[in-house]
Design a protein around this ligand. Sequence first.
Ligand code: PSU
Ligand code: MN
Length: 309
Amino acid sequence: MTALPLHLSSEVATARAEGRPLVALESTIITHGMPFPQNLETARRVEAAVREGGAVPATIAVLHGTLHIGLDPERLETLAKTPDALKLSRADIAVAMARGQTGATTVAATMIAARAAGIGVFATGGIGGVHRGAELSFDISADLQELARTPVTVVAAGAKAILDLPKTLEVLETLGVPVLCYRSGAFPAFWMTDSGLPAPVRVETAAEIARAHAMRAALGLPGGQLVANPIPEADALPAEQILPVIDAALAEAAAQGIAAKAVTPFLLARIFEATGGRSLTANIALVLNNARLAAAIACELGGMPPATP
Ligand code: PSU
Ligand code: MN
């Protein structure tokens, strides 16, 4: 059997040896979600937020065919300056590794990598979901299927508001993915605290989330959990500001025939330009907020006995 080309950063390897809690971080947000240099600065701040929360960050990417769990500062900087890095999801990661290519991992691919490395918790900005018009385009992010099959708890500020959020929640329910809204009765909408949709489940503590994660393992359930953590009120964008911008970006994407993997990066870039960078400031704030909660969950999971099925 082919051995998995896996490389742990020295920080992650030490944390592993000492049994310290780890938090996985994705890299598509670095290469395809934010412009340079804010992408690098944010990646560093997110790692620092995980450390401040008492856990160890493991940013995940494929570099020259090797799956990296944790990027040392030099590799992180190199990746942030590689605009042509591939965007790797479940469908692309193995072929890219087999060819020795370099790419950033989406939520789906980062979950696969986290599981391979024995990491149970992962922080990101917003997951992919059901795109608007999916009834015609069939564009549903592979992130949703991944949550149904891979046992990793993903902390996100809901799903990006460029999506069809009611359909996204319906698909998550169909796939049996728990959606745990942190200290909120509403499902958040990335740049906004409230999508107008009620929380499928409301949770109050990191310990509760960790216990639910462990209980899924005890039941032998394969999938993960989505923790929907609203952006802090002070950093949120008003609906009347962001909604027209989203609509304009969607119309532009349709007019230009943008499809498949290019849709999400295109929309994020257009929204960044149209809000004069305010969408990016909010995006950074919510990722930091998610990193802090993920660290707290990882610390709770670390203190729990392994599941006994
Ligand atoms: N959240 C962000 N910025 C991003 C993404 C999420 O704040 O760039 C990325 C994630 O990697 C997610 C991907 O998995 O967008 C979803 O892409 P798609 O819709 O093509 O599945
Ligand atoms: Mn898609």
